[in-house]
Every structure is written in structure tokens, then in C-alpha cells.
Design a protein around this ligand. Structure first.
Ligand SMILES: *[C@@H]1O[C@H](CO)[C@@H](O)[C@H](O)[C@H]1NC(C)=O
Ligand SMILES: *[C@@H]1O[C@H](CO)[C@@H](O)[C@H](O)[C@H]1NC(C)=O
Ligand SMILES: *[C@@H]1O[C@H](CO)[C@@H](O)[C@H](O)[C@H]1NC(C)=O
Ligand SMILES: *[C@@H]1O[C@H](CO)[C@@H](O)[C@H](O)[C@H]1NC(C)=O
Length: 697
């Protein structure tokens, strides 16, 4: 007989690929479903974006305001000539208008609304307070007298409207907005206040300003300003703090419009700290920063200092502030990018149940051991399976990227393709190795698939509704974010989140999408490291577990309950004694066969194809049943070239015997040799010369 030779790697690979392809062909519909899901989700995202565009991005409120100029001459309800610009815009629309020549704006001081100044209710007059402190009280008092002009002063020889007002400290109680192109202090209905040390009654003036596009008509009222000296900055701080709004929003009693700490200011140096008033919404989640009205408070104290040095005739006038000119802008919020991460997390994780179920199915149906019997080694099995799943996954994500870009998802288009591909590619490697690792814990394909799908949808939902919230929360420690990213579903989510943010920002304000230079700035470096390290760890762990489980040792020996009863050597020897007692009842030919086997083993003869020595199989008792003895001490010797048939009634132990000989189960005691190779130790070599036709075929 020719010595059996293991099949070459190529032959094995070829066979396994054929098997996998057959498997895929049989499951063609679940494959089609798998491909259709990402395409479907991409289309859903595009539709959401289209709806969002028409409702928000392109809505009239979110573009520069316009007015129809032709008064509908054709009578068809359509506007032929439109005039657009700041003058036709509401407060919200103004933000989007072009400002080729920004209008000069009054530099207003921001003061607390009168309802918030508690002295209002008590005395009827509502002074605003300006606190002054410093190292030198006499200097501080002099400066604070210079802060405000005593009357509403207008330079009558100047035709410049704003210059006229620059002598006074004009102020507003209106809140600021996100942009300053249309200062609500001017455009709202609230009056402008002129702060003076003393108000004479009926000092209500009317201001009209017509210089398109800046046109307004305003009432200027007098409000009393109190300049109060405080002994030190702690007192000032304390007073402001106490006046700050309380938990219930009504109790705002802050009267302080500004406060100055003059520190060591003297004739030779001007050193000042300024507290300025602003409305605080407590909206940390609001990523847009509101404007603050600081310039006027700086000018006030500088002007006061200059007058202290040079006398009352010298003034630093603050005429106006002007925004930077800007192009017309549009609101471009890419909703699809913002909600993309949860969708794409699902899409990519969807491969996980497919891989896991396929692996567990092979185990459950004992396909793997049968393939092993037909000569498939462990190494080729893992390598080829890995390569196969990697090829499928790569194809899947490439399809996703191409399709997503093709139908216009900015999520894919705006980020560098190589960094995206690297990320997905690394992640699918991790995913496959984790599926390999986890597959050893499951014995039923159904359980595995249920658990895997829970993992898929749970990860997406937790990512979007918990993890993302924590990433965006500034107070949540970064190291805990890192710890959370160790969970593979979250590391995937984090990567997708970064892509989505870069795409969103690029669409919104033209910043660049993610490029390799942003690798460190974003959390990508962290995510890549985690994925690579986990990938290596999962591979090593899989290798170890597979080694251990294919040798006779128990896979999770180190995890097993040490107190659980397992057949101990004493129990086995006890059983042996009992069977020895029954020897006397055995038939003569049985005893003869046993003698032959003993002789053969003693001689280490290789002439016999199969030699079994006192082979036993005891199935452990379950649910209180006694242990079941399936094969009780079988000894036989089959010479090479002989055809051996085994007959017996149900339950005689034929299947258990064959299962032991083919390596499906381990014998409880005894030994057996195929071509002189021990089935307990050299099963891999035995497989080279063995062919098995399974029972159910
Ligand atoms: C405080 O300032 C005044 C000028 O206003 C100056 O004459 C005086 O010497 C200063 N006092 C101290 C202790 O520096
Ligand atoms: C008033 O304005 C004119 C022109 O801007 C300027 O020349 C003049 O000095 C101003 N008068 C005062 C008192 O500042
Ligand atoms: C501030 O200082 C003055 C004199 O140095 C003192 O009379 C006054 O009580 C102090 N004010 C407070 C609130 O401590
Ligand atoms: C301004 O005041 C601060 C605080 O007292 C001090 O540390 C700093 O040296 C001063 N600067 C100058 C130029 O005196």
C-alpha cells in the first residue's frame, strides 16, 4: 500500500473555496439581502437629506431676505425682479446676506435689563452700577468720575451721525446674537439708554439714522449710572456673584453693568482688569458662540484714564464698530453626515453575524471535523477561511464606499478615501478575528446569530444615543472614552463619528474633510491603535483556544469549576474492577481476541490496520441520571486489507465506537491505533490515511 501523503496547500485551498462558494450559492438570497441593506440605507440617507434640504437648508428663513421689486406686473404671481439684501432681511436672514461694505455700528455697552435691577422695583429709578476698585482709592474715585459724561453731549459742528453720539456711553439691554451684522441692540424695539450720573426728567430723545442699508429710528432714554468704590477685587467679585442668576431663572438681580480693578495703575502705568456684563444662557450644548459687547467698556476706562492724565478736554472717541465684509452665505447642514454613523455602524457590523453564524454552523454540523477527516489541516482551514471572509468583507465595504459616493453622500465624498479604506479594512480584520474567537463559545448557529444581531443593533443604538453623547460632553473624562472604545462596536462608532463630523464641517463652512494630516488631531490615531492591538490579541487568543481544544486538554480548563465532578482515575479504576469480574462470563472468542490485541500491542506490530485495546466510552450522567456506559471494553484487531463489518442492535455502541475512531469523541479509557498511530495523540496524522462516510448519508 502506498504511503498516504497529505494534500498540498493549494489543493486544500481550492477544495475549501469550492465548498464556500457552494455554500454562498445555496444562500444566495441571504447574500442578496446583505448587499441590498447598505444600498437601501444609503438611499434612505439621501432621501432624508433631500427632505432636510427643502425644509431647512433652502427655506426662506435661512437665506438672505428678498423683496419683490416689480410689484407683479405680469399678474402671474411670479416675481421677475427681486431685490435681496440686509434691508429686506429679518434678524435671522441677515446672517446669510452679503456684506460688501459692512455698515458702521454703534458700539453699545451691554447692561442688565431693568426688570433685573432690583432697585427698580424699590425706588422706581433703575440705576446701573459700575464698580471700581484698585490699589489707590483717590485715583480710583477720580477715574470713576471720568467714566460717564454728565449730559447728553452732541458735537453740533459734526455732520457725522455716529461721531455725534460717540461722546456718550450708549447702552442696550438686548441680548447679543450669534453674528453682529444686525445688532439686536439697534434693530430690536428696545430703546437705547444713555448712561449719565444724573438724569433730568423727560430726557427722552429721538434718533433717526438713514444710511442704507442701515436705517433705524430709536428712542434714547437716560439711565442713571452709579460709580461705586469697593475696597478690593474680592468684594467686587462677591457682589457680582451674589447678583448672578439663581437656579430659578427669575431671580436675576444683577445690577452691575461693568466693573474695573485698577490694580497698580498710577500716572506712569495703566493696568486694569475689566468685568463685563453678558447674558448667559447656560447652553453648553450650543456650539455657536454668541457675541459679547466688550469694546465699549474698554473704551470707557481708557478714556477716563486719558482725561485723568490730560484733563477733561482730551478724549478717545469711539465712533463705531464694523464687521468684516463677507460674501453671501447659505445654510448647508448635511443631515446625512450627522446621522450617518449609526447607519454605517449597522452596515459594517452586519458582516459579523454572517461570519460568526457560518463558523458556528460548520462546527454544529461537524463539517469542520469531517473536512479534517478528509485531510484538511488546521492551518489551511483558518488561513483559507480568514482569506475568504476578508475578501468578501473587503468587497462589501468597497461596494459601500463606491455606492455611497456615487449617490452623493458627503460622508464618503468629503473624507480622504485612503484613510476611509484603511479604517474599514482594519476594522473588518478585527471583526473577522473576533468572530473566530467568539465562535468557540457557541455550539448552536441559531444562538450565535441571535447574539450577534443583538450585538449589531445594540452597538449602533448605544453608540448613537450614549457614546456620542459622552464624546460631545466636555465634562466626561477622555480616558473613559478611551476605555469605552476598547469595545469594538464603539471603536467603529468613534471612527465613523469622526468622519461624519469632518464631512459635516466641510459642508457647513468649507473646512477640509479628513486627511491624513488630521490623523492625530482627530481621534483616529487612538482608534487605529485600538483596532490593531485588539486584532492581534484576538488572533493570538483564537490560535491558543483552537490549539487547546484540538488537543485532548479541555479548552477552558482554567475557567472550569474545579468542584464539578468529573470521572476521576479512582472512578475509572473502580469500573475496571467491575468489568474484570464479568470476564468470566465472556465468550471464548472474545477472550482470544483480547489476547491477540495484547500480543500485537506488545510487539508494536504495524501489520494491522486497526487495533483497539479495551476501548471504553462512558457518557457522564446528566440531570441525575447515572453515567451511561456506551462502549464497554472493546478489543479488536483488523489486519490490513481486510474488510470489517460491525453489526449490533440499537444502543450496542457502534456509533460511539466509530465516533471514537474518527476523532469526534475521545475515549474514556483504553487505546486504539490506526496504522500504528494512537488515535488520542496522532489524530491529525491518522486523518491522512482515513476516509469517512458519515452516517446520515
Ligand atoms: C494715589 O494717586 C494719587 C493721584 O491721583 C497720587 O497723588 C498718590 O500719590 C497715590 N497714592 C499712592 C499711595 O500711590
Ligand atoms: C466736532 O466734530 C468736528 C468734526 O468731526 C471736529 O473737528 C471737532 O473737533 C469736534 N468738536 C469737539 C468738541 O470734539
Ligand atoms: C472699606 O474700607 C474702609 C476704610 O478703609 C472701611 O471703612 C470700610 O468699612 C471698608 N468696607 C468694607 C465693605 O469692608
Ligand atoms: C498688573 O497687575 C497685576 C496684578 O496686580 C500684576 O501682576 C502685574 O505685574 C501688573 N502689570 C504691570 C505692568 O504693572
Amino acid at each position: 500500500m502506498a504511503k498516504p501523503v497529505a494534500a498540498s496547500f493549494l489543493t486544500q485551498a481550492n477544495a475549501l473555496f469550492k465548498k464556500n462558494l457552494t455554500y454562498q450559492k445555496r444562500n444566495i438570497w441571504s447574500n442578496v439581502r446583505l448587499i441590498v441593506i447598505p444600498l437601501y440605507l444609503c438611499v434612505v440617507l439621501v432621501c432624508i437629506q433631500a427632505v432636510f434640504d427643502s425644509l431647512v437648508n433652502n427655506s426662506v428663513d435661512n437665506q438672505c431676505g428678498c423683496r419683490c421689486a416689480d410689484d407683479d406686473k405680469n399678474g402671474d404671481g411670479k416675481c421677475e425682479i427681486k431685490s435681496c439684501g440686509l434691508q429686506y432681511s429679518s434678524q435671522n436672514q441677515a446672517v446669510f446676506c452679503a456684506f460688501p461694505n459692512p455698515p458702521p455700528l454703534l458700539p453699545l455697552l451691554h447692561i442688565p435689563p431693568s426688570v433685573n435691577r432690583d432697585s427698580c422695583q424699590r425706588t422706581g429709578s433703575c440705576p446701573v452700577t459700575i464698580l471700581v476698585t484698585g490699589n489707590n482709592q483717590s485715583l480710583g474715585t477720580t477715574l470713576s468720575e471720568n467714566l460717564l459724561s454728565t449730559s447728553f453731549t452732541v458735537n453740533s459742528s459734526s455732520d457725522l451721525f455716529l461721531r455725534n453720539l460717540a461722546y456718550n456711553v450708549l447702552s442696550t439691554t438686548s441680548e447679543t446674537d450669534y453674528t453682529n451684522y444686525r445688532d439686536p441692540g439697534i434693530y430690536s424695539d428696545l430703546p437705547i439708554f444713555n448712561i449719565q450720573p444724573q438724569c433730568t426728567p423727560a430726557t427722552i430723545l429721538s434718533l433717526s439714522f438713514r444710511q442704507p442699508p442701515l436705517e433705524f429710528h430709536k428712542e434714547v432714554r437716560c439711565v442713571q449710572g452709579l460709580n461705586l468704590w469697593r475696597n478690593n477685587s474680592l468684594e467686587v467679585n462677591d457682589e457680582i456673584f451674589k447678583g448672578f442668576r439663581k437656579e430659578n431663572h427669575e431671580e436675576i438681580i444683577n445690577e452691575v453693568a461693568a466693573a474695573y480693578d485698577l490694580l497698580n495703575t498710577d500716572r506712569n502705568k495703566f493696568n486694569v482688569t475689566i468685568w463685563y456684563y453678558t447674558t448667559y444662557k447656560g447652553d453648553l450644548q450650543d456650539w455657536r458662540v454668541k457675541y459679547v459687547r466688550v469694546p465699549r467698556s474698554v473704551n470707557m476706562v481708557s478714556n477716563a484714564y486719558l482725561q485723568f492724565l490730560r484733563g477733561p478736554g482730551t478724549k478717545i472717541l469711539f465712533d463705531f464698530v464694523k464687521e468684516m465684509p463677507k460674501q453671501e452665505t447659505r445654510l448647508r447642514m448635511d443631515m446625512a453626515s450627522l446621522i450617518g454613523p449609526i447607519f454605517f455602524t449597522w452596515v459594517i457590523l452586519l458582516l459579523f453575524p454572517v461570519i460568526l453564524t457560518s463558523l458556528v454552523y460548520e462546527k454544529q454540523q461537524r463539517l469542520r471535523i469531517i473536512m479534517k477527516m478528509h485531510g484538511l489541516g488546521d492551518a489551511p482551514y483558518w488561513m483559507i477561511s480568514y482569506a475568504y471572509f476578508l475578501a468578501i468583507s473587503t468587497l462589501y465595504i468597497v461596494c459601500l464606499m463606491i455606492f455611497g459616493s456615487a449617490i452623493g453622500l458627503k460622508f464618503f465624498r468629503f473624507n480622504d478615501y485612503t484613510i476611509q479604506f484603511m479604517f474599514y479594512f482594519l476594522y473588518i480584520n478585527l471583526q473577522i478575528s473576533i468572530a473566530f474567537l467568539v465562535s468557540s463559545a457557541f455550539s448552536k448557529a441559531v444562538t450565535a446569530s441571535v447574539v450577534a444581531y443583538i450585538y449589531v443593533f445594540g452597538s449602533g443604538l448605544l453608540g448613537a444615543f450614549l457614546f456620542q453623547f459622552l464624546i460631545e460632553s466636555l465634562s466626561f473624562p477622555r480616558r473613559w472614552i478611551f476605555v469605552m472604545e476598547l469595545y469594538p462596536g464603539f471603536s467603529l462608532y468613534r471612527g465613523l463619528y469622526e468622519f461624519s463630523q469632518y464631512a459635516f464641517q466641510r459642508n457647513l463652512n468649507g473646512r477640509d474633510g479628513m486627511k491624513w494630516k488630521d490623523f492625530r488631531g482627530s481621534a483616529m490615531d487612538e482608534v487605529f491603535t485600538i483596532i490593531i492591538v485588539e486584532w492581534v490579541v484576538a488572533l493570538v487568543a483564537t490560535y491558543y483556544i483552537d490549539r487547546v481544544s484540538s488537543s485532548s486538554k479541555d479548552t477552558f480548563a482554567f475557567l472550569k469549576n474545579p468542584f464539578k465532578l468529573s470521572p476521576t482515575p479512582q472512578m475509572l479504576s473502580f469500573q475496571k474492577e467491575r468489568s474484570d469480574v464479568s470476564v468470566e462470563m465472556e465468550k471464548l472468542d472474545v477472550i482470544q481476541e483480547k489476547e491477540t490485541v495484547k500480543q500485537l500491542i506488545f510487539e508494536r506490530s504495524k501489520n494491522h490496520g486497526i487495533v483497539c485495546d479495551n476501548l471504553k466510552k462512558v457518557y457522564q450522567g446528566r440531570d441525575g441520571n447515572p453515567p451511561k456506559l456506551a462502549v464497554c471494553g472493546l478489543s479488536l484487531a483488523v489486519p490490513s486489507g481486510e474488510c470489517f463489518g460491525m453489526l449490533g442492535p440499537n444502543g450496542a455502541g457502534k456509533t460511539s465506537f466509530i465516533n471514537m475512531m474518527t476523532g469526534l469523541v475521545k475515549p474514556s479509557s483504553g487505546s486504539a491505533f490506526v496504522q500504528g498511530l494512537d488515535i488520542c495523540k496522532d489524530m491529525d496524522k491518522v486523518y491522512i490515511s482515513m476516509g469517512v462516510c458519515p452516517q446520515h448519508e
